[in-house]
Design a protein around this ligand. Structure first.
Ligand code: AMP
Ligand code: GLY
Length: 427
């Protein structure tokens, strides 16, 4: 089978790494890919957002299956356009991708189907939004409705901050069209976890849980990022919790989307807040998490590709995936300055030595080859150093040993990925 993966981040490297091992694959391409992905797939210089370019490439190269990594091409309708020309793909239709593409849609959907989530209201009008904020207390959360590259959520500690966020989005247009409408919602306390399911329009097959580390600094301090590290499984997501999440959140979502004529296919990533054993839905994403995908792929024992095809074909019922019991933990190394302005072009050395151990895999996110074949940093988040271990503490120790073997003065990482789970293991 001729397969094309769309995207060029750490998530797509993990997907290519898993798919390249499948006996079903005769040729694997990735658009646009990166220096790490080039070891597993042939990279083609087409941006993930270039829907027409991808369609053309798929047609010209007799691609039989497309795996769509990021949200933007999904929301733009890549899966629909591929279906129109008879090419199968993994990922939701544009209508179903609204689940991530519009926070207002997702919240109204939860209200219609009685899915537990934070209380909320939607606004386009500034005075109405401020009146709502005045009638509630801080902390309160202000979100841009549309896709804002993970930056559209403001946790306001005071009423003034919330009003400023409303002005930023509705008046100054900081997020462009994505911020032309806002969702204002109740602040939820508790512990966050991510839960991933594979969907075929009808059935949802639980994959695994993970925990991300969104803040840039140790101890969860500093500005938000795309994710500085993750581990899987998340100890807070026990078997009983999986049952509760499936019963109260995932299954009603699958039934609701089908009933509304937007059957959900692809991976559904539930961002959850768990307090007193009660999970509430913070957000849905219509793709794998990055770097959560890296830890999921390390733990997956089964061949990924047949599962992705089963999702597209609507035959996930009775499908079974096997996982290693071990914990996977990934440490993201980012370019100095990230998530603010960061340097590009610094050289990364020692990657081969660092990944010699069979339990270590280094996934590339923002890398390319320099003129002499050296690996250079081109993005904010640059590599994800990923380890397997019998415990979170063991995986953490191995991952940092590999990090320390990498010679990259232009980069940094958090030194405490997994701290919450390690504390839990040790108590
Ligand atoms: P989102 O992009 O919706 O995942 O939001 C980014 C982050 O903001 C989440 O991972 C949470 O840490 C936080 N967050 C979002 N909504 C809420 C809420 N209602 N209460 C508390 N924290 C929230
Ligand atoms: N790691 C968070 C995300 O992929 O949205």
């Amino acid at each position: 089978m001729r397969v094309l993966v769309v995207g060029g981040g750490g998530r797509e490297h993990a997907l290519c790494w898993a798919i390249a091992g499948s006996p079903l694959v005769t040729k694997l391409y990735c658009a646009p890919g990166n220096a790490g992905i080039a070891q597993d797939a042939e990279c083609v210089a087409i941006a993930a957002e270039d829907v027409d370019g991808i369609i053309r490439f798929a047609q010209d190269n007799e691609i039989e299956f497309v795996v769509i990594g990021p949200e933007a091409p999904l929301v733009a309708g890549l899966a629909d356009k591929l279906a129109d020309i008879g090419i199968k793909s993994f990922g939701p239709s544009a209508a179903a991708a609204e689940m991530e593409g519009s926070k207002g849609f997702m919240k109204d959907f939860c209200a219609r189907h009685d899915i537990p989530t934070a209380a909320y209201a939607r606004f386009k009008d500034i005075p109405a939004a401020k009146a709502f904020i005045a009638a509630h207390s801080a902390p309160i959360v202000v979100k841009a409705d549309g896709l804002a590259a993970g930056k559209g959520v403001i946790i306001a500690e005071t009423i003034e901050q919330a009003n400023a966020a409303v002005d930023d989005m509705l008046e100054s247009g900081t997020f462009g069209d994505a911020g032309a409408e806002v969702v204002i919602e109740e602040f939820l306390g508790g512990e966050e976890a991510s839960f991933f399911v594979l969907c075929d329009g009808e059935t949802a097959l639980p994959l695994a849980s993970a925990q991300d580390h969104k803040r840039v600094g140790d101890g969860d301090t500093g500005p938000n990022t795309g994710g500085m590290g993750a581990y899987s499984p998340a100890p807070i997501v026990t078997d009983a919790m999986v049952e509760t999440i499936m019963e109260t959140i995932i299954n009603p979502t699958m039934a609701g989307m089908k009933a509304e004529g937007k059957p959900y296919k692809g991976v559904l990533y539930a961002g959850l807040m768990i307090e007193d054993d009660q999970p509430k839905l913070l957000e849905y994403n219509v793709r794998f998490g990055d770097p959560e995908c890296q830890v999921l792929m390390m733990r997956l024992m089964s061949d990924l590709l047949p599962a992705l095809i089963a999702s597209a074909d609507g035959v996930l019922k009775d499908f079974d995936l096997r996982w290693y019991d071990e914990t996977a933990l990934t440490v993201v190394m980012a370019a100095n300055g990230y998530p603010g302005a960061y340097d590009k072009g610094s050289v990364i050395k020692g990657l081969e030595d660092a990944s010699e151990d069979r339990d270590i895999t280094i996934f590339h996110a923002g890398t390319m080859f320099g003129e002499n074949g050296e690996v250079t940093a081109t993005g904010g988040r640059v590599i994800a150093v990923t380890a397997l271990g019998d415990t979170v503490a063991e995986a953490q120790t191995s991952a940092y040993k590999a990090v320390d073997a990498i010679d990259w003065p232009g980069g940094f990482c958090r030194r405490d990925i997994g701290w919450r789970a390690v504390e839990r293991e040790q108590s």
